[in-house]
Design a protein around this ligand. Structure first.
Ligand code: CAA
Length: 293
């Protein structure tokens, strides 16, 4: 199927990036949020990224304007009706996603494909509440979606071959490296990456090293672009707790359990970079590590 128009549900951390790369690829995009504030913030991030690309000479101003013009921000599910593909990137909460899919499935044209960008929830459970499980797949992008090369294409039990192929074709069109992943909790990357970040937090709790030293250790010692605690802040500490709950339930292994430090930070409203504080304080010019007392 030719994609002409893509719907993106959610214009947050992942949704705004997915909307941007789809529009940059020449597709019309409708991005839906639950309130005007969130929608404006997401669209503001897209404008800022495009502005930076223009400043760096990587994009002409006219092309940046054309990308923005291809994106229709909306609060109304009805605007998704004629999309060929709808990708959801809303909060990692299964009940919320199921409610949303029931509504969207009834509105979007029958031959459209649906995809979830969930990082940990079951793709099959989401497909099952729609009338088209054969047209439903997982498309797991990585943060920042504009930069990270990987796209995990997830085949759920009822996904049809056409839908899976569409996932790989979409990845190719966006210039992503694609991998096929089974519909298990965390797919490939989070299955390995989440326990790694949790281990870093446990190392911090055990006094193995400071926030800064643990991060520097993995950057300089293993050539990671970010240390694990910076990465946790970057992903969002509340998102990590949500992923942890799903993984513990699925695998029953302690290594997937959210460490105390992570829970305390989230309970205190410190969600990482997006809230301005997590393992680092982001209020100044440069992030400052916040070591546990
Ligand atoms: N949005 C858009 N573009 C961004 C960006 C953002 N948030 N952050 C950086 N970029 C762009 C920059 O504009 C720059 O572009 P150009 O090369 O065109 O100039 C490029 O990325 C490199 O950025 P910087 O030079 O500022 O910084 P950097 O070299 O340190 O790279 C990074 C930044 C790409 C984020 C890098 O630190 C990195 O790869 N970090 C690891 C990120 C990672 O592991 N992500 C996966 C998280 S796990 C996940 O997403 C799964 C899940 O479900 C939880």
């Amino acid at each position: 199927m030719e994609i002409g128009k893509v719907g993106v549900l959610g214009c947050g951390l992942m949704g705004h990036g997915i909307a941007q790369i789809c529009a940059q690829n020449g597709w019309d995009v409708v991005v839906r949020e639950i309130d005007q504030g969130r929608l404006d913030r997401g669209m503001g991030k897209i404008s800022k990224q495009l502005g930076r690309a223009v400043e760096k000479g990587k994009l002409e101003q006219a092309d940046a304007d054309a990308v923005l013009a291809r994106i229709t921000p909306t609060l109304d599910y009805g605007d998704l009706a004629d999309c060929d593909l709808v990708i959801e990137a809303i909060t990692e909460d299964l009940d919320g996603k199921l409610d949303m899919w029931r509504e969207v499935d009834a509105i979007v044209k029958d031959d459209a494909y649906l995809a979830t960008n969930t990082s940990s929830l079951s793709v099959a459970d989401q497909a099952a509440v729609t009338g088209r499980p054969d047209r439903f797949i997982g498309l797991h992008f990585f943060n920042p979606a504009q930069v990270m090369p990987l796209l995990e294409v997830v085949r759920a039990e009822g996904s049809g071959d056409d839908a899976v192929q569409l996932g790989f074709d979409l990845g190719d069109a966006l210039g992503k490296t694609t991998v096929a992943a089974r519909d298990n909790r965390g797919f490939i990357v989070n299955r390995l990456l989440v326990p790694y970040m949790f281990d870093a937090m446990r190392a911090l709790e055990q006094g193995v090293g400071s926030v800064q030293d643990i991060d520097t250790g993995m950057m300089a010692g293993a050539s990671h672009p970010m240390g694990p605690l910076t990465l946790a802040d970057f992903v969002g500490l509340d998102t990590l707790v949500a992923i942890s709950e799903v993984m513990v339930e699925s695998y029953g292994e302690d290594r997937f359990a959210a460490p105390d430090t992570l829970r305390s930070l989230v309970d205190a409203g410190n969600l990482g970079r997006k809230s301005g504080r997590g393992f680092y304080d982001y209020s100044g010019e440069k992030p400052v590590p916040v070591d546990p007392a």
